[in-house]
Ligand binder design. Structure first.
Ligand code: COA
Length: 138
């Protein structure tokens, strides 16, 4: 598999929506939300494209200070280093700093962030309405 990381383009939206609905079935971002971020943070909305299939297989959106808005990889493409590659692009741009909020039940994401050197900072009760958020940073 040959992949490359590049900026989001409008034609990626269908692939992104498919990933989003699978990654966050209860609370997917809308097409509008993705277009908003493409407009508001054009340099900070990155996708990972499978160059052979010409499909987007993951995305990350972040602020200049390293606050990650969202990151997701297509379920069929997980555990291949794509999430790590996307996060490394953020870390390259922020001098290694990043902060995330994560549902306390999202064990996969917590393991992923820990592996990338994030540590637990604080908890925000009811951040998601039905659940606390853990704030992790590095
Ligand atoms: C979290 C997510 C982005 C990780 O993407 P990924 O491409 O599968 O991650 P990587 O392959 O780069 O994994 C890097 C390391 O993280 C850890 N990790 C990732 N997934 C893991 C899992 N399911 N169980 C245990 N450790 C895991 C491993 O240490 C892994 O390295 P290894 O495969 O060499 O052991 C992906 O699981 C996802 O899209 N989840 C749904 C959306 C989500 O929860 N996003 C985060 C919201 S805060």
């Amino acid at each position: 598999m040959r992949v490359r990381i590049r900026r989001f383009e409008r034609r990626d939206l269908d692939d992104i929506m498919e990933i989003e609905k699978k990654a966050f079935p209860k609370t997917p971002y809308s097409r509008f939300t993705f277009m908003f971020y493409a407009f508001a943070l054009p340099r900070n909305f990155l996708v990972c494209e499978d160059e052979e299939r010409r499909r987007v297989v993951g995305y990350i959106i972040f602020h200049d200070d390293g606050h990650v808005v969202s990151v997701a990889v297509h379920p069929s493409m997980r555990r291949k280093g794509i999430g790590r590659a996307l996060m490394n692009e953020v870390l390259k741009r922020t001098g290694g700093k990043a902060v995330v909020e994560v549902r306390e039940s999202n064990e996969t994401a917590i393991k992923f962030y820990k592996k990338l050197g994030f540590t637990f900072k604080t908890r925000i009760p009811n951040y998601y309405g039905d659940e606390d958020a853990l704030i992790m940073s590095r």
